[in-house]
Design a protein around this ligand. Sequence first.
Ligand SMILES: [Fe+2]
Length: 346
Amino acid sequence: MRYFPELNRGKCKTYVVACERTRKALLIDPVRESISRYLAFLAYHRLTLDALLDTHTHADHPTGSFQLRDLTGARLIMHRRAPVPAVSEHVEQGDIIRVGEAALRVLYTPGHTPDSISLHAEDRVYTGDVLLIGGTGRADFAGGDSGQQYDSITRKLFALPDETLVFPAHDYRGNTHSTIGQEKRHNPRIAGRTRDEYVALMASLNFPMPDKIQEVLQPNQSAIDDDKAKFPDLTELNKVRQLTADDVSSLLAQSNPPLLLDVREANEYSGELGHIPGSVLIPLRQLFDRAGELDAHKGRQIVVVCRSGVRSTTAAAMLYGMGYERVYNLKDGMVEWNDRRLPVER
Ligand SMILES: [Fe+2]
């Protein structure tokens, strides 16, 4: 296996891991503005782009994965809870990602986001935004959870040997890497803190919301990469009422059940997770144009459904904006519906 130095030389980190025999390469966390640089780099080193991987749904920069996937045909790998439809392979804790003869093990490390993974290979671990050098990723938006983050770091990452090299997805101080032992002993956020202390610390930090967060986040969550697309703002998204899979299942058993509106792509609707029987399919990208099809249901309860509950929250907020008042979201989407073993059709 060959590990190349970080490619961006900036605050966002992009890494390449390659198999020396087959010359197949994996690109981790590419950013959209540097796509040409990555393609030139790969060509110079005579590598074939076999796979792209986002360690999580990014909120601070548009991902380069969608365009690189379209340009090269490389597969896109993300965690099972990643909301975006463009993913070709979903992975979970313990899975092995193979790129030629290179192999990386997936550690599921949620907390910064629900779809955060780390990748462990030989002497190193790529930690995404869960564990940074002398810091941790924020856990206060996009489904973050500081308690989960503490568990991911202390139980999974700190369980690796102390000498394991740490390569995060961000660094703001010019560091290139650290080690598990160093973070265990000196990371000012987490070293020596209990879970409760860490949660309290993270709650006290009060970072400002990043600029234009929804304008970055929603295209990364939906693969709708269209400058003209209008996404709901955070206030609108926060108004969406969330129902659990069990709530929705009991509503469906009533005499006047809600309309189920599935906003995934057609291939997902008939794919591995299936769909809830009786649900109507209108992909999110077509919702504005096809909302007229829902006119007959304006007074009815509507539950919006997608893969992980993210695109459907966007759709529900859009429907509110169009005057639909009784709109709800299926929290955690079809991933959770399947995990609860509720009925699906394929
Ligand atoms: Fe992030």
